[in-house]
Design a protein around this ligand. Sequence first.
Ligand code: CAA
Length: 380
Amino acid sequence: MDFKLSEEHLMIRDAARDFAKQELLPGVIERDNKQEFPTEQVKKMGELGFLGMMVDPKYGGGGMDALSYAIVVEELSKVDASCSVIVSVNNSLVCYGIEAYGTEEQKQKYLTKLATGESIGAFCLSEPEAGSDATSQKTTAIDMGDHYVLNGTKNWITNGGSADFYLVIAQTDKEKGHRGINAFIVEKTWEGFEVGPKEDKLGIRGSDTHTLNFNDVKVPKENRIGEDGFGFKFAMKTLSGGRIGIAAQALGIAGGAYEMARDYSKIRKAFGTEICNHQAIAFKLADMHLEIEAARYLVYKSAWDKDNGNNYDMSSAMAKLKASKVAMDVTVEAVQVHGGNGFVKEYHVERMMRDAKITQIYEGTSEIQKIVISRGLLRD
Ligand code: CAA
């Protein structure tokens, strides 16, 4: 067992850390206030290779491991969780989904653009009546021979307005239940596809979340991913990797808030001394650090499982469950350490507290992670 990061991982961590400080920190408060999508920042992340980190270089990706990806998402999230969710969805849901299960033609046509950041992707599973209960898909994909016709609505879609390509999950044969579900690559410009209004959110306000409507959208058969009926398993398998990304995001939010609380406690004075000299504050820092470290081991272990060809359904669920709870707890405490200033936007921690909440909800709520973990335990 080796707890040390390799030279390569340290270099990647430092590159992401510098980028986050130099390119994401300026303007992060304004983007949150205005709900402004970080167009320029996404472009730069694409140039740095952050949008297709694990993709094979022959498709324009970085050919890196899942641990590198988790480290980058963690570092970006310390500063701007709106940017890191864009990175996470593009890498581990969209790029991974196409690379692992798509055809060579799909990879050449779509993955090469998604991996370089020339195009952005979105993953469309959730619906008004199918959030946690993901098998209850109401969006239909009727088989017309050489094409499918898509109809329905998708909700809370990250990158909903800014994406170019959408992975859409839909029901082809209701009789077959989850075995009658398919996944498709849909292009934004296709007739009948409509981006609905942008959501006004509590957190990750720089990311762009929309409802999407599909009205008789004609999807060529070659845009189906995998065999007929593979769509639900495709979504589940892809989400297991996505959860490593969201776990890393939660870890980064917690880490960023902790560092701010620690630094603030060294300069803010009360009762004649810096507040870190009061045990009430020092113990909070100790608890925050301890929990972050515990979460980090689970997140990195899950990435390691993926890199080593182990099943990571359970470990990614455990990482996400733990890290998202730590993100919530640590950010609340970081606001507390900052006192009145913690309630003010200028000090960042209130935004981090708002951003943390979504990590307990998207890519499977904490309750869903417990289903995945308990079923994994009881299966054997
Ligand atoms: N890998 C492969 N197959 C899997 C699987 C996995 N990880 N998990 C389940 N399956 C298979 C099962 O084996 C079963 O197939 P068989 O019947 O052939 O054996 C089939 O899928 C159905 O599984 P279940 O019977 O377990 O289905 P369920 O209805 O009980 O639901 C669930 C399972 C885990 C609760 C699932 O519905 C789930 O994960 N829900 C949460 C959905 C979610 O995470 N949504 C996030 C939206 S995307 C998002 O947030 C992205 C973003 O924008 C940030």
